[in-house]
Design a protein around this ligand. Structure first.
Ligand code: C5P
Ligand code: MG
Length: 162
C-alpha cells in the first residue's frame, strides 16, 4: 500500500535511435513525412514509453522493462498503448489516477507543431483525461542528435480513494 498522500509526481524518459525506412509513432500518432523512424523491439513509441514510466515511477512501481522485457519474443512489434494501459491499471490498483501530464519531445525533423493537438488528445484518451490536461512541448536538439528522438514526461497522480 502506498502512502496515502493526496498527490504524487511521476517522471519518465525514453530515447530511440532513428533510421530510414522505419515508421515514427509518437503518443500513438503516426508522424507523416518522417524520413527516419524508431529502431525498437516494440513499435518504438518513445512518448508512450516515457508516459508509462512516469506513471509507474509516481508510485515507485519500477519501470516498463520489468513488465515488458525487450528480450521477450511475445512483445516484438508491441503496440505501446498496451504498455500504458498496463501501467495505468497498476496505478489505479494503488488508488491513484492521472491528473495532468507534461511531455517534451526532442526531435530535429520533422516539425511536430501541426501534430500537437492530436498527440495531446491521443495521450489524454489513453489516460482517460481531457485533452486540456496534457501539455505537449517540442524541441530540436539543435543538430546535436539528428538521428535520435528523446522524450521526457511528468505526470501528477491524484488519490482516488479516501
Ligand atoms: O529546439 P528549438 O527551441 O529551436 O525549437 C523551436 C520550436 O520549434 C519549438 O518551440 C517548437 O515549437 C518547434 N518544434 C517543432 N517540432 C520539432 C522541434 C521543434 O515543432 N520537431
Ligand atoms: Mg522506448
Amino acid at each position: 500500500m502506498s502512502s496515502a498522500v493526496p498527490y504524487r509526481v511521476g517522471f519518465g524518459e525514453d530515447a530511440h535511435r532513428l533510421e530510414a525506412g522505419l515508421p515514427l509513432v509518437l503518443g500513438g500518432v503516426p508522424v507523416p513525412g518522417a524520413e527516419l523512424g524508431a529502431v525498437a523491439h516494440s513499435d518504438g513509441d518513445a512518448v508512450l514509453h516515457a508516459v508509462a514510466d512516469a506513471l509507474l515511477s509516481g508510485l515507485a512501481l519500477g519501470d516498463i522493462g520489468q513488465y515488458f522485457p525487450d528480450t521477450a519474443a511475445e512483445w516484438k512489434g508491441l503496440d505501446s498503448r498496451l504498455i500504458v494501459q498496463r501501467a495505468l491499471e497498476l496505478v489505479r490498483g494503488r488508488g491513484y489516477a492521472p491528473v495532468n501530464v507534461a511531455l517534451v519531445v526532442t526531435l530535429d525533423r520533422p516539425k511536430l507543431g501541426p501534430l500537437r493537438a492530436e498527440i495531446a488528445a491521443s495521450v489524454a484518451q489513453l489516460l482517460d483525461l481531457p485533452g486540456s490536461e496534457v501539455g505537449v512541448s517540442f524541441k530540436t536538439s539543435e543538430g546535436l542528435a539528428p538521428a535520435h528522438v528523446q522524450t521526457r514526461v511528468t505526470v501528477l497522480l491524484g488519490r482516488t480513494e479516501k
